[in-house]
Design a protein around this ligand. Structure first.
Ligand SMILES: [Zn+2]
Length: 98
């Protein structure tokens, strides 16, 4: 689970980035505007599991650092799943070198 609904279901908190949205559409569609992802997205779940594993292995890392590393691992494994327009430059260069 990568999100939690507020007790009265008037908002949705993203457990990946911590942002809370009170937009009815975001709540209904289980969407995080900051991550630009739907929470049913399997990629988002994979990022969640990767981040949990990273934080267990490296407790010295901050949430933001673990998130960034998990995102980088996912993009390296499946760059086609990057949200449109967010594929980092280094990843594109890396693919071109294959
Ligand atoms: Zn988020």
């Amino acid at each position: 689970m990568t999100y939690e609904l507020l007790p009265d279901h008037t908002g949705i908190r993203c457990l990946l980035c911590g942002s809370v949205s009170y937009c009815a559409n975001d709540v209904r569609q289980r969407y995080c505007g900051r991550c630009s992802r739907f929470h049913e997205d399997k990629i988002l779940e994979a990022r969640w599991f990767l981040r949990e594993a990273l934080m267990a292995l490296r407790p010295d890392l901050s949430h933001a650092e673990s998130n960034a590393l998990a995102e980088a691992l996912l993009l390296a494994a499946s760059p086609e799943h990057a949200p449109r327009g967010t594929l980092p430059q280094w990843s594109a260069q890396w693919r071109a070198a294959d």
